[in-house]
Ligand binder design. Structure first.
Ligand SMILES: [Fe+2]
Ligand SMILES: [Fe+2]
Length: 194
């Protein structure tokens, strides 16, 4: 159970340690994450912890990212080794666990996988993935992307984000490909039951 005071502590850390540009992004993610948590009946407190914490390590040097990511109990991928900046998710999850005693698996997993996604994402994981990409401050936000968080189901939103990221030329990691295949399958099954 995550308390409001834990969220306040994470927020205070972030507000005093990240650059103004990063802080504006995180504030945008917090706002969109809150909106989506309420829409999908998820805990706004869990959402706030994940959103405030997700990029707390984004500006760290690679050596710190690696040291913390290795404490995260999860195996690292080739992509992580090739692009250590991607370790800011696993590193932030490790910090939330070690320094803020967060044990909520959804929150830790949402933070850990907010950049690449993974197969088998929970609703909160999908919410953070979408909020990270579609928050108001993103310079690449188009009207189409801005509309993504409004009406669709979470799997559809995630697929729209992944396809936009692919179009934009972001390299597609193995985990992202697995996420897309998993969500495409889930959508097919849902539609078959309607
Ligand atoms: Fe990030
Ligand atoms: Fe982010």
């Amino acid at each position: 159970m995550i308390t409001d005071s834990t969220v306040c502590e994470i927020r205070a850390r972030v507000e005093t340690t990240v650059s103004p540009k990063r802080l504006r992004h995180i504030q945008g993610v917090v706002a969109l994450c809150d909106r989506l948590c309420r829409r999908f009946a998820l805990s706004p407190t869990a959402g706030a912890a994940a959103a405030w914490g997700h990029d707390l390590a984004r500006e760290w040097p690679e050596s710190d990212l690696l040291a913390w990511a290795l404490r995260d109990n999860e195996s690292l991928d080739e992509e992580h080794r090739a692009h250590p900046v991607l370790l800011h998710g696993p590193a932030a999850a490790a910090v939330l666990r070690a320094e803020y005693q967060i044990t909520d698996r959804d929150v830790l997993s949402a933070v850990r996988h907010h950049t690449l996604g993974r197969a088998g994402m929970s609703s909160l994981e999908m919410v953070l993935y979408v909020a990270d990409y579609c928050e108001e401050g993103r310079p690449f936000l188009t009207d189409e992307l801005r509309a993504v968080p409004n009406d669709w189901s979470l799997p559809k939103m995630v697929l729209a984000v992944a396809s936009d990221a692919g179009r934009r030329g972001f390299p597609i990691a193995r985990r992202t490909t697995e996420m897309v295949a998993d969500l495409t399958q889930r959508l097919k099954e849902t539609e078959a039951h309607v």
